[in-house]
Design a protein around this ligand. Structure first.
Ligand code: SF4
Length: 187
């Protein structure tokens, strides 16, 4: 014999004040609205140094078309971009240049490490190769693979979109964020 189902009838639906409901109205938080707008209008800066860069070019092509996610506007000046896409091997000699590019981007900014080399140095465990870009700049999303397929790169951009949507507009003033920046020696 099944147990009788009991419904909680004490729950009352939220009462929306008069004048704030109906067609043409929507209630949300400012952070969510700003995040939604930002997440679908990302301006990536491709920092491609080797083979992963070719995969990134494939991601921009018509078969995969990053433009479907509102991120097709590549920028080649850091001052106009908000997502740094690092694709390829970064030598220790190039690391200060990468850091300089990151510093020239305005807040809010996000970073994706595309592929094994950018994430960890990959197969190049040598004296000249940086063993992961997170040694010089903070990374938000790591995309695995050598190289990652375009689907992987798209997945990385989607994860950035999730971060952007959920991020408070005040996160950049938060103590923990400042501590993260200080740990990289960035004021
Ligand atoms: S992860 Fe592999 S494909 Fe990407 S840059 Fe390094 S060696 Fe090339």
């Amino acid at each position: 014999m099944s147990r009788p189902v009991q419904y909680n009838t004490n729950n009352k639906p939220a009462i929306i004040p008069e004048g704030y409901s109906g067609e043409g109205f929507m209630a949300t938080k400012m952070d969510r609205l700003v995040g939604l707008g930002r997440s679908h209008s990302l301006w990536p800066l491709p920092f491609a140094t080797s083979c992963c860069g070719i995969e990134f070019m494939g991601t921009m092509g018509s078969n995969y078309d990053l433009g479907r996610f509102g991120a097709e506007r590549m920028g080649f000046t850091p001052r106009q971009c908000d997502v740094l896409l690092v694709a390829g091997t970064i030598s220790k000699k190039l690391a200060p240049v990468l850091r300089q590019v990151y510093l020239q981007m305005a807040e809010p900014r996000w970073v994706v490490a595309i592929g094994a080399c950018a994430s960890s140095g990959g197969i190049f465990d040598s004296y000249s190769v940086l063993q992961g870009i997170d040694q010089v700049i903070p990374v938000d999303v790591y995309v695995p693979g050598c190289p990652p397929r375009p689907e992987g790169i798209i997945e990385g951009v989607l994860r950035i979109q999730d971060l952007v949507k959920a991020e408070s507009t005040r996160r950049r003033n938060h103590l923990r964020y400042k501590e993260l920046m200080e740990s990289y020696g960035i004021e």
